[in-house]
Design a protein. Structure first.
Length: 147
């Protein structure tokens, strides 16, 4: 008797899973943060318009605290943003060589407002990597140095 009920239940679950996968809907997790292309937090964006924040770090500049954060698009490209805490005054970071690239790594340097960023030049197998130092002592005028 148990087997007669178990098989239809498994088949129903499998069909439902396939329907969800084919519909293009993707579950959003409660802890994921989404931003739009203007770097503003917006949790109700359709998947085609959203970037998922995967990196966020707080840093200080003279007399002000900021967030540097990066949102990944569904194709893997990344947008870098800067804001005051809680996504206030959010804007795209003015550092063109980093924007909409494939990012391998981001780390905050021992200097509070300096970040080391590795860009993956392509999304294929063993692409070249380029390292940058991003200095945000003045967040309105970031200094990007290729290492």
């Amino acid at each position: 008797m148990k087997n007669k009920l178990f098989l239809p239940l498994i088949l129903s679950f499998g069909i439902l899973s396939i329907q969800i996968a084919l519909s293009g809907q993707q579950r959003s997790w409660a802890n994921e943060v989404y931003i739009n292309k203007m770097c503003q937090r917006q949790q109700d964006l359709p998947q085609i318009e959203r970037f998922t924040v995967y990196y966020q770090e707080e840093f200080s500049s003279p007399n002000q605290t900021y967030w540097l954060y990066a949102g990944r698009y569904q194709d893997g490209a990344v947008i870098f943003c800067i804001s005051e805490p809680n996504f206030n005054q959010a804007r795209e970071l003015n550092a063109e060589p980093l924007q909409f690239q494939f990012i391998e790594n981001i780390t905050q340097d021992s200097n509070n407002s300096t970040f080391l960023i590795t860009v993956r030049e392509g999304n294929g197998r063993n692409p070249p990597l380029t390292n940058y130092r991003l200095d945000l002592v003045n967040p309105n005028k970031p200094v990007l140095t290729r290492l």
